[in-house]
Each structure stands twice: as structure tokens, then as C-alpha cells.
Design a protein around this ligand. Structure first.
Ligand code: FAD
Ligand code: DHB
Length: 391
């Protein structure tokens, strides 16, 4: 097998990269460890920045997103049992976020790639990457009971945080920047119309809670829990009790409960490798960086990386120039670090830390209070939340 770009991983990064390359007339093959069904049902992120939505629509995969996505102009910050709306639309000159589940983006991209004759190898075993420091890069894997090799000009490592590409880079090349947080998120999908039209981020003395949604009929809710919490210790009624306590508000607002369809625990961490490239291996998305979920940036950063990478490959194949490829890591990292800063800030402001002193708690509330009353502070949150400009 031979192609121009060998892509490891059919998450949002790998699929969108393959799609954008196809639009530029560049061939790629995706090698994915899991089945199509698995990746199309994996519940993850749900908030798309304005720029991510525009990119999906402009590249021709936004039909269902435009029809089914929920466009939100604001979010609510809740503390001391009171809500404060941040009108992002007004503060950013007309930008919004769209609620559309990550696995729906994955479904749309898989079907667009397959309809255009794109090749995705699902359920590939023992995937490994070779020769990326030479002129003959290759991806080796097991498929249909045989060992196969995909020869390519470049390899795109889009295989997420636990993938094989990043660890295949020789020791000493990459510098890792890491922060773990003393908590995780317990997330549920519930068969109940969301109790608010917009997302509610709630700071509470029992810990953070978030009310989100997937559709007008399906709610998505999260609570801060301990970092090593076992999901089996969280029966549904306990989850609802905790959500009721942490989202409680003055007045007649009420959190409506419903059957929990799915639940899981996501660790919170910040992680970046520099550079995001070695030889002919380019890392994109979670393979290169992880953000704590509070800022809803993970999926959007993955999309931003592959936008830059597809432009760099397009320049190379049309002119032979490597300027954009050479700058790939540096270009991406500027955005990555701004998203890291924002995600760390949102996380620090809204969660309870074990080490919090009464001073820290007063300071957190003062920060939220300042934010709720200052147009300047709200504008800063809004412009980061809807997504910073590309350049
Ligand atoms: P991934 O989506 O991880 O895709 C990588 C792909 O590579 C996967 O399909 C995987 O199966 C495949 N793969 C892995 N190893 C190999 C291998 N050896 N060979 C071949 N293929 C391989 N972000 C938010 O903004 N909000 C959220 O609420 C949120 N929730 C999350 C919940 C969970 C449980 C996780 C793990 C992440 C969550 N994120 C969230 C982050 C967001 O989902 C990611 O940032 C996003 O998926 C990144 O896309 P990606 O394509 O880079 O990586
Ligand atoms: C969702 C996830 C987030 O991390 C976030 O900040 C907002 C919403 C969600 O899954 O809907």
C-alpha cells in the first residue's frame, strides 16, 4: 500500500485532516485501532467554537450540524445560588458556540470520507510507525490476519493521548509540560430535556457542576469528583442529589431529573509536548496536548491543528516549499498555550481544591463576582470561549 499522507487515528483530528487534504487533491489513508461502530458511539465533547463550525460548514461536512446543532449565544455562571449570563454573542461582535456531539462530527466525517472513496482501515492491530527520520516513512499494522505496510511521504500522528506516535519519537527530542488536577469529572447523559436553554457552569462549596445538553431531549451533566473515584460508587440517585445541591438557584428554577443513559469519569489534566513534530512525523490533537475539560477546548484545538497541517501539506505538494511544514509546531503551539491558559483559568476558578483555604474560597468567589460585573472581564472570557481568531 502507498499513499501521500499516512494518518494514525480516526478521531476528529485524523478524519478532518484526511477530509481537508482530499479537498486539496492530496491522498491519505487512515489507520484506526477501533471499529467504526466504536468511534461513532464514543461519548466525548460537545461544544464547537465558531471557527470549528465555520470550517466544517465551508468544507462541506456541516449540513447535519447546521440542521441539528444548537446555537448558543451565551452561557451562565452560577455561584452563591445566583446565575449571571455572559452574552458572548454581543461581547464578541456576533460569535456563538454550537452544541453538537463529537461523535456526530465523527459520523459526518466518516461518511464524507467513505463517500469520496477515502480509505479508513478500522480495527487495525499492532500499529507502529517507522522511518519518519528517513525518506521512507511507513505505518505497519495487522489487518485481516496479515501484517500490512503503508508507505507514505509523511505520517500524521492523530492517535490521541494514549496512541503510539508520540512515544515512538526518540527519547530526548520532546519536552513535556504537564499538570494534573486533584479531581476528575463524572459525566452523565440523561434522557431529560435540559433544564436551561444555555450551559450553566456552577461554583459550589460541594464542588463544581455543569449543566450541558446534546439535543432538546437529552441532557449532559457533569460533577467534580475525586481523581480516583470509582463510577460504581455513584448510583443514579446519588448523582442527581449532588447535581440538585450544586446547581440549586434562588427563585423558581428547577433541575428536572430523568433516566441516566450513560455515565463515565474523565480525568483532568493539562499536557503539551514541544515540538509537535519530528522528521516526517507530525502530531495533531490529543496526541500532542490535553486540556482540562472546563474550557471545552480539546476537540476545537484538534481541529485547529489539522487546519494548519493541511495548509502546510498543500503548500508542499503545490510548490515543493516546506516553510509552513517547518513552522507547523510553532504555529500550533501559540494557540495551544493560549487554550491551555484559558482552560487552566476556568478550571481553577470553578473547582474546589483540597488545599483551598478560606482565603482561596473568598478569592474564587470574588473573581466570579468581578467577572459577573465587569464587561472587560466578561469580554475576555467570551472571546476565548467562542474561540480566538485563527491567526
Ligand atoms: P481522539 O479523539 O482521542 O482520537 C484518536 C483516535 O486514535 C481514536 O479513534 C483512537 O481509537 C485511535 N487510536 C489510538 N491509538 C491508536 C493506535 N495505536 N493505532 C491506531 N489508532 C489509534 N473535550 C471537550 O472539549 N469537552 C469534553 O467534554 C470532553 N470530554 C472528553 C471525555 C473523554 C473520556 C476523553 C478521553 C476526552 C474528552 N474531551 C473533551 C477531549 C476531546 O474529546 C478530545 O480533545 C478530542 O477527542 C481530540 O481528538 P483527537 O482526534 O486528537 O483524538
Ligand atoms: C461540555 C463539555 C465541556 O467540557 C464543557 O466545558 C461544556 C460542555 C459538554 O460535553 O457538553
Amino acid at each position: 500500500m502507498r499513499t501521500q499522507i499516512g494518518i494514525v487515528g480516526a478521531g476528529p483530528a485524523g478524519l478532518l485532516l484526511s477530509h481537508l487534504l482530499h479537498l486539496q487533491g492530496i491522498e491519505s489513508v487512515i489507520i484506526e485501532a477501533r471499529s467504526r461502530k466504536y468511534i461513532e458511539e464514543r461519548i466525548r465533547a460537545g461544544v464547537l467554537e465558531q471557527g470549528t463550525v465555520d470550517m466544517l460548514v465551508e468544507s462541506g461536512v456541516g449540513e447535519r450540524l447546521k440542521r441539528e446543532g444548537l446555537v448558543h449565544h451565551g452561557i451562565e455562571l452560577r455561584f452563591n445560588r445566583r446565575g449571571h449570563r455572559i452574552n458572548m454573542y454581543e461581547l464578541t461582535g456576533g460569535k456563538a458556540i454550537t452544541i453538537y456531539a463529537q461523535h456526530e462530527v465523527v459520523k459526518d466525517l466518516v461518511s464524507a470520507r467513505l463517500a469520496a472513496g477515502g480509505q479508513i482501515v478500522f480495527e487495525a492491530g499492532d500499529v507502529s510507525v517507522h522511518g519518519f527520520d528517513s525518506s521512507t516513512p511507513a505505518i505497519r499494522f495487522q489487518s485481516g490476519g496479515k501484517t500490512q505496510e503503508l508507505a507514505c511521504d509523511f505520517i500524521a500522528g492523530c492517535d490521541g493521548f494514549h496512541g503510539v506516535c508520540r512515544p515512538s519519537i526518540p527519547v530526548g527530542v520532546l519536552t513535556e509540560f504537564d499538570r494534573t488536577y486533584p479531581f476528575a469529572w463524572l459525566g452523565v447523559l440523561a434522557q431529560v430535556p435540559p433544564s436551561s436553554n444555555e450551559l450553566v457552569y456552577s461554583y459550589h462549596e460541594r464542588g463544581f457542576a455543569l449543566l450541558s445538553m446534546r439535543t432538546p431531549e437529552i441532557g449532559r451533566l457533569y460533577i467534580q469528583v475525586g481523581p480516583d473515584e470509582d463510577i460504581h460508587n455513584w448510583p443514579d440517585d446519588k448523582i442527581w442529589r449532588e447535581l440538585q445541591a450544586r446547581l440549586a438557584a434562588e427563585g423558581d428554577w428547577k433541575l428536572t431529573e430523568g433516566p441516566i443513559l450513560q455515565k463515565g469519569i474523565t480525568p483532568m489534566r493539562s499536557f503539551v509536548v514541544e515540538p509537535m513534530q519530528f522528521g516526517k512525523l507530525y502530531l495533531a490533537g490529543d496526541a500532542a496536548h490535553i486540556v482540562p475539560a472546563t474550557g471545552a477546548k480539546g476537540l476545537n484545538l484538534a481541529a485547529a491543528d489539522v487546519r494548519i497541517l493541511s495548509q502546510a501539506f498543500a503548500e508542499f505538494y503545490s510548490s515543493g516549499k516546506t516553510q509552513l511544514l517547518d513552522q507547523y509546531s510553532q504555529t500550533c503551539l501559540r494557540r495551544v498555550w493560549k487554550a491551555q491558559r484559558f482552560s487552566w483559568w476556568m478550571t481553577s476558578m470553578l473547582h474546589r481544591f483540597d488545599t483551598d483555604s478560606p482565603f482561596d474560597q473568598r478569592r474564587q468567589v470574588a473573581e466570579l463576582d468581578y467577572l459577573a460585573g465587569s464587561r472587560a472581564a466578561m469580554t475576555s472570557l467570551a472571546e476565548n470561549y467562542v474561540g480566538l481568531p485563527w491567526d
